[in-house]
Ligand binder design. Structure first.
Ligand code: UTP
Length: 292
């Protein structure tokens, strides 16, 4: 079995659910306290043993490239003013991973975004980390998938149960328990029209490991839900033919693609932050008393 050495981070979507913040600012660059969402995601890939990363961008998102690039003026300024800790941190971001950027010229959907990474991926199997899904925890979520891919030799998806009433907003998976938090996935549907059409309330959230044949499937699928090329429609064919593995992952997920998720990420990260954590917690305790 080949090791997973490459990851694709799709970050070319329009982020319409977070307007007006995302009119000029990519949602993937929205900060959780002091770090943009996409940096947490690149760090997760690196902590999962993956250093070759392709970020899919679109017009107006080159600020993402600047974030992971060297910044000579800033570095000189920090060096001359003795701010060594900040300097190390800035240099660390530029040296985090080997990052390649590819443009998706039109936002035709997540499936189309992944097919833009075909040349980067070559003949390998690879991980996908959605650019607006931050998942925090001691056991990196992407690593949890890679471990199951290495064990079962099948494509893997991260999943969680969502409230049944909301399943029409997500994907829905047909699953059978294999062991602990690991399931066999034999079918799936993207945004079922009614909850009666759902297989279960297990939904794919934010991460997958895909075999290379996904590119041939992506070339053939028609447009799906929302008039977009859906990655789920391609993975459905994989699940029905070879089967996939679903991992009910351990970790805390923040959906940076919606306003509530962004605020939950900010508050929960701020109370644990090494610089402002104690002060923020004290402020929050007082503030909560003023709420009815
Ligand atoms: P989403 O569907 O959440 O992103 O895709 P979106 O299209 O930006 O969302 P809204 O509905 O307009 O708010 C999940 C991930 O896939 C990327 C997004 O950037 C996000 O990180 N994506 C989505 C692409 O790269 N290209 C696309 O065409 C669509």
């Amino acid at each position: 079995m080949k090791k997973i050495k490459k990851a694709v981070i799709p970050a070319a979507g329009l982020g319409t659910r977070v307007l007006p913040a995302t009119k000029a600012m990519p949602k993937e660059m929205l900060t959780i306290v002091d770090k943009p969402a996409i940096q947490y995601i690149v760090e997760e890939a690196v902590n999962s043993g993956i250093k070759d990363i392709c970020i899919i961008l679109s017009r107006g998102k080159s600020i993402v490239e600047d974030h992971f690039d060297r910044s000579p003026e800033l570095e000189i300024k920090l060096k001359n003013s003795g701010k060594d800790k900040a300097l190390d941190e800035i240099l660390g971001i530029a040296n985090l991973a080997n990052i390649t950027y590819v443009r998706q010229q039109e936002p035709k959907g997540l499936g189309h975004a992944i097919s833009c990474a075909k040349a980067f991926v070559g003949d390998d199997d690879f991980a996908v980390l959605y650019g607006d899904d931050v998942i925090l925890g001691d056991y990196p979520c992407c690593r949890q998938l890679v471990d199951q891919y290495e064990k079962y030799g099948l494509g893997c998806v991260c999943m969680k149960e969502v409230p049944f009433e909301q399943v029409t907003r997500y994907s829905s998976l047909k699953v059978d328990l294999l062991e602990n938090n690991v399931y066999k996935v034999s079918d799936m549907i993207e945004k079922p029209a009614t909850k009666e059409l759902a297989f279960s309330n297990f939904s794919i959230l934010g991460r997958c490991v895909l075999p290379n044949e996904i590119f041939d499937i992506l070339d053939k699928i028609p447009k799906g839900a929302g008039g977009e090329y859906q990655l789920t429609d391609a993975m459905k064919i994989l699940a029905q033919t070879k089967g996939m593995i679903g991992v009910d992952f351990v970790g805390t997920r923040y959906d940076m693609g919606n306003k509530l998720g962004i605020m939950q990420a900010a508050v929960e990260t701020a109370i644990k932050h090494n610089e402002i954590g104690e002060d923020f917690k004290a402020y929050l305790k007082e503030f909560v008393k003023t709420l009815d």
